[in-house]
Design a binder for this molecule. Structure first.
Ligand SMILES: Cc1cc2nc3c(=O)[nH]c(=O)nc-3n(C[C@H](O)[C@H](O)[C@H](O)COP(=O)(O)OP(=O)(O)OC[C@H]3O[C@@H](n4cnc5c(N)ncnc54)[C@H](O)[C@@H]3O)c2cc1C
Length: 397
């Protein structure tokens, strides 16, 4: 492939997975002129998941795609991120957000249901680009074209593949063998329920309650502050079985957090069985792979991390933006994938490391390096042109 304007010139780009990173990268690549086909294992679009933080660095990419209004409308902009001692309730550190986030980071901080983020991103993908019900079974990159095989027996060809197929990436397995994600030794009880259940109890917009090796995040999922969400994390020695989540044993959860502040105990005591599940947290060391120089991994396929900085989706969107810039600049897959990995390696390693340490915002913290980062312009050089404005020819397309 070559390109004078950075567009695809008819190159066939396959994205595996229509999740958070897959939708973002498909939408961005379409905007710079690539013919993109997304292959997704699910039969239809079914937005799912619990609560998620959309930090200013993530919101910048949504804004570029012009789909930020959806999450601003559906989610809440917390006035502050409170960090409190889990037992005494003492405030350890407060990060002012709301209008302050706009001023300090140039972009808002939003808390919302993950499904709403997914809806926003999918709305940016051109209709017809997603092939639903296509579960990738294998990939052969030895010939001129990469051959994709699916579990329904069908095949497809592509000139390059972006693997956005998440934690248990089949593409990663095809390139590196079937190494499994590693159970981090941490589990999370995650639940949401309507505020009515909490009675008159006052609840701040967003709080992280810190204990030594356990913590609870609590926040509202919507502007009206009607839907309440919590994630209660704690160590667990092992995780039997393959499932990522199981129905929660509420007695186990309440017992494990029985020493927490009365407000937290009440949040957990009120949670209905139907609203809570228990999740295993998996991770892997970040890994950049270039299968035959035409396959690249992004998001959780590349660098699944512990969610303690709430940056997994943000990193997937930053990847998508940076990869788009790399292709725009290099105009060919191999140098673009090399430039992409060079541009991402250090930042991803740092976020991965700080997430694992679970220290971010426990005390006085300057979050500028995370929230102030602009994947659309950072490290701009001749090989990584900034995505400041949509190219005119992309708008006209
Ligand atoms: C408890 C918890 C809380 C979190 N909170 C936050 C937060 O507050 N903020 C944040 O930024 N991140 C958060 N994250 C992380 C975030 O959800 C993920 O990092 C993000 O969804 C990764 O995006 P992705 O596109 O890489 O993978 P996914 O969004 O998981 O998408 C992968 C897609 O690939 C598809 N797929 C898989 N295999 C195949 C196959 N063989 N063939 C075809 N399709 C396939 C899947 O069906 C899916 O649609 C949290 C994670 C956890 C566990």
């Amino acid at each position: 492939m070559s390109s004078k304007r950075g567009g695809g010139n008819g190159a066939r780009l396959a994205v595996i997975g229509a999740g958070i990173g897959g939708a973002a990268v498909a939408a961005l690549m379409q905007r710079i002129g690539y013919e993109v086909t997304v292959y997704e294992q699910y039969e239809r679009f079914a937005p799912a998941g619990g609560g998620i933080h959309l930090s200013p660095n993530l919101m910048r990419v949504l804004r570029y795609l012009n789909v930020h209004r959806h999450v601003l409308l559906k989610g809440q902009e917390p006035s502050a991120f409170l960090n409190r001692d889990a037992v005494s309730g003492e405030t350890l550190y407060t990060l002012a957000l709301g209008e302050r986030a706009h001023r300090q980071f140039g972009s808002p901080f939003v808390a919302v249901r993950r499904g709403e983020l997914h809806i926003a991103l999918m709305s940016a993908v051109a209709p017809g680009a997603v092939r639903w019900g296509k579960r990738l079974a294998g990939l052969d990159s030895r010939g001129d074209a990469i051959v994709l095989t699916f579990e329904d027996g069908s095949r497809a060809q592509a000139d390059a593949v972006i693997a956005a197929d998440g934690l248990r990436s089949k593409v990663r397995g095809a390139l590196r063998g079937s190494e499994r994600p590693v159970f981090s030794g941490q589990v999370a009880f995650r639940g949401s329920y309507p505020r009515d259940a909490l009675g008159a109890m006052a609840i701040d917009d967003l709080t992280k309650w810190w204990d030594t090796d356990q913590f609870v995040l609590s926040y509202w999922l919507d502007r009206a502050r009607r839907d309440f969400y919590f994630a209660a994390m704690m160590p667990q020695s092992d995780w039997p079985g393959e499932a990522s989540s199981v129905p929660a044993d509420l007695d186990e959860m309440r017992f494990a957090f029985r020493h927490f502040h009365p407000d937290v105990r009440r949040m957990l005591a009120t949670a209905p069985q139907a609203g809570v599940s228990k999740w295993a947290l998996f991770e892997r060391p970040p890994h950049f792979e270039f299968g035959g120089s035409r396959v690249v991994l992004i998001g959780d396929a590349c660098h699944p991390m512990r969610p303690f900085m709430s940056q997994g989706a943000a990193m997937a969107l930053e990847d998508a933006a940076m990869l788009t810039r790399a292709l725009l600049g290099a105009g060919a897959f191999e140098p673009a994938f090399v430039a992409f990995s060079q541009a991402r390696r250090e930042r991803l390693a740092r976020v991965h490391r700080v997430s694992a340490a679970n220290t971010f915002m426990r005390g006085q913290t300057d979050p500028e390096w995370v929230f102030g980062y602009d994947a659309l312009t950072a490290d701009a050089s001749s090989t990584l042109p900034a995505l400041k404005t949509m190219p005119a020819w992309a708008l006209a397309a």
